[in-house]
Design a protein around this ligand. Sequence first.
Ligand code: ADP
Length: 359
Amino acid sequence: MKVLVLNSGSSSIKYQLFDMPSQKLLFKGMIEQIGEKASKIKNHEQGIILILKKIQNIQAVGHRVVQGGERFQKPCLINKQVIKRIGSYCKIAPLHNPANLSGILACLKFMKGIPQVAVFDTAFHQTIPDFAYLYGLPYKFYNNLGIRKYGFHGTSHEYVTKEAAKILNKPLNKVSLITCHLGNGCSITAVENGKSVDTSMGFTPLEGLLMGTRCGDLDPAIVTYLQRRMNFSPERIDQLLNKESGLLGISGISNDMRRIRKAAKNGNSRARLAIKIFIYRIRKYIGAYLTILGKIDALVFTAGIGENQSQIRKNICFQLFDNLKKKPKVLVITTNEELMIAKQTFSLLSQMKTRLTER
Ligand code: ADP
């Protein structure tokens, strides 16, 4: 089965075509600058048309959807109800779900009869218990507005969890890990017996670690202070916290760890500080997650920084497990969110086919 995997962002569509179940990558590409002034590609529909000119004989599509709320704990076949529900989550994920939905709607329009599956970034974290996902706000804000920790990067954390279980030669439901997804976006997850029990990202992907351009953990009073003191609008604050902060904001150089490390080597003190904060916060979370998990089989690193920056990994791990009797393994696992989406799409459609033939 040829499965097209789509990651529709606000101005781009990343796509990969897999042959399943062989998992062979047949084609990959990216449409950029969607909707930008100088661009010929005005919207996601036009982007999808371009992709369909390059790729034929698609038998299924797997869509990355960032926010699946409490409703979606697993991938699901897209129908009218699912579209409505994904649309309703645009309110809590205005920076992500609208673009994901545009990609889905464009595919439904131009690929009639081809099954479309939604795979949610939040799904893996739906096993987090209430005492870990609730914020200290009046309970009605959870009940009425859905304000709680959802967690993101779930497809990546789930993928590396499954790979780690294979490497450790343990059944998935017996494996406990701390998984660090360190890319442009960064998050860290506590995995107990194969399930996510806490993660650093929250209601949005802004919470937690210091990231490329996102600030991570912040005293919420800073937001109201900026509103009053600087007269910042909600949009300006979103821009500040999501696009101008993190490694970029501290270093004043770049959001890219490679460039920051180069500047640090050349003696730039703000670059050094940015790296220190980045590492300090990861170590702090690892400490917290070690406490809630008791013991772990492995600490897992993945994504751009996690996979490629051995010095950063070394600094994170420095004397980290000295007090533990049984030292966990440290694993570096290349994440593959697209393959995970292709696998889940194929698996869901195969299960449905089996169910239909059994009836
Ligand atoms: P995204 O989260 O946008 O998918 P990545 O997972 O590629 O991005 O992570 C981007 C970060 O990873 C950057 O800070 C970059 O410096 C680092 N990175 C990516 N590839 C490499 C590499 N080959 N060597 C060193 N660092 C890398």
